[in-house]
Write a protein that binds this ligand. Structure first.
Ligand SMILES: NC(=O)c1ccc[n+]([C@@H]2O[C@H](COP(=O)([O-])OP(=O)(O)OC[C@H]3O[C@@H](n4cnc5c(N)ncnc54)[C@H](O)[C@@H]3O)[C@@H](O)[C@H]2O)c1
Ligand SMILES: O=c1ccn([C@@H]2O[C@H](COP(=O)(O)OP(=O)(O)O[C@H]3O[C@H](CO)[C@@H](O)[C@H](O)[C@H]3O)[C@@H](O)[C@H]2O)c(=O)[nH]1
Length: 334
């Protein structure tokens, strides 16, 4: 199939592009490189463009006759969404509307959309299922929920079919070390801890030690980016085979605490970096894990890297590579 991948130069999109290529699809990446990187696009064609530029987007759809769209492009930093909500409603919601209008105008009838566990807000119980209440507590989660709604409504009124994937905590990197998470000023726990282990930052702070969990720190369902990427390829095959529209969680169905993650990064790296215990970060649910039965049943998806040490090892290898590149470029001035 000919597949448009918006945001394909970013962390998750770039891993999906590699797998789409391996599965024999023709890929066009559309990305403004605001947080993405052209070096991360290892297959297909990169078109540098802004999602809000509907003229350019329409011309691309006209020229390429896409069979399907995978929509990753978004802003993703929760505290920034609180400080600057319109940026998030603009880029995540309004630009999704523009993309849907373009799909509709060009009769593209398959879409796979990146949603998030943030649509659930702070659930009453730690294990969340797809039919649980949707009560986002920040503009990031709300902007994604509105996009879900637009996609569902258009699907109900047209030939469009969708797979909406609600990702839990995505981590790790390509096991072959070709791509990984390069976002500057990253805030994600495994990324931050890996940076601390390779000396790219002095240490890390644990946000909250008084949660009602076994060790007092928050629990999250960490999913390896390669397993998540495969869910997208599976979703595309499902839609191509005529599968009906679905919304599915993407996680392993069990969690690790912040302290367990830090222990794993220290153990796997062999580095005992400084860790400061501090108060809670606003808006963090104590525990969030995915009910993952639906995606396993509907797509036949099964994780291959459900192992915290493996996730951490690939994240660390990627950080070591980045450190080495930084060191060499400052040494040789390139
Ligand atoms: N990383 C996570 O843990 C996580 C969790 C849940 C959901 N998600 C979702 O997954 C998707 C990808 O996230 P990521 O972690 O790869 O982030 P990322 O920042 O690495 O990737 C986003 C990509 O979109 C591009 N982009 C942003 N705005 C654009 C625009 N207006 N026009 C064109 N390109 C634009 C960026 O340049 C970047 O390449 C997002 O939709 C995000 O909401 C991520
Ligand atoms: O330096 C740090 C970074 C994080 N944490 C904690 O680690 C846990 C995980 O945090 P983080 O990696 O920032 O992920 P989440 O806040 O759980 O959110 C991620 O996972 C969501 C889905 O669950 C996505 O929607 C979001 O985009 C993505 O940031 C939380 O308890 C944080 O308080 C720390 O203690 N110290």
């Amino acid at each position: 199939m000919r597949v448009l991948v918006t945001g394909g130069a970013g962390y998750i999109g770039s891993h999906v592009v590699l797998q789409l290529d391996q599965a024999g699809h023709e890929v066009v990446v559309y990305d403004n490189l605001s947080t993405g990187n052209s070096d991360a696009v290892l297959a297909g064609t990169l078109v540098e463009g802004e999602l809000s530029d509907l003229g350019k987007l329409n011309a691309l759809f006209e020229a390429e006759s896409f069979d399907a769209v995978m929509h990753f492009a978004a802003n993703i930093v929760v505290p920034e969404s609180v400080a600057d909500p319109l940026k998030y409603y603009g880029n995540n919601t309004r630009n999704t509307l523009g993309l849907l209008e373009t799909c509709d105008a060009h009769a593209v009838d398959k879409i796979v959309f990146s949603s998030t566990a943030a649509v659930y807000g702070i659930p009453d119980q730690s294990m969340v299922g797809e039919t649980d209440p949707l009560l986002p507590i920040n503009p990031y989660g709300a902007s994604k929920l509105m996009s879900e709604r637009m996609i569902r409504d258009l699907a109900a009124a047209s030939a469009l079919r969708h797979v909406i994937l609600r990702y839990f905590n995505v981590a790790g990197a390509d096991p072959e070390g070709r791509i990984g998470q390069s976002t500057p000023d990253a805030t994600h726990l495994i990324k931050v801890a890996s940076e601390a282990a390779v000396g790219a930052r002095p240490g890390l702070t644990v946000f909250g030690t008084d949660y009602p969990t076994d060790d007092g720190t928050c629990v999250r369902d960490y999913i390896h980016v390669e397993d998540l990427a495969r869910a997208h390829v599976d979703a595309l095959a499902y839609l191509a085979a005529g599968g009906e529209s679905r919304i599915m969680n993407c996680g392993y169905g069990h969690g690790s605490s912040v302290l367990e993650v830090i222990d794993a990064v220290k153990r796997v790296s062999g580095v005992d970096f400084p860790v400061k215990l501090d108060g809670r970060r606003a808006g963090d649910p104590p525990s969030l894990t995915a009910e993952s039965g639906l995606i396993r049943k509907v797509l036949g998806w099964a994780p291959r890297h459900d192992d915290l040490d493996f996730i951490v090892r690939t994240a660390l290898e990627w950080e070591r590579k980045r450190q080495l590149l930084k060191h060499n470029s400052s040494k040789f001035g390139s």
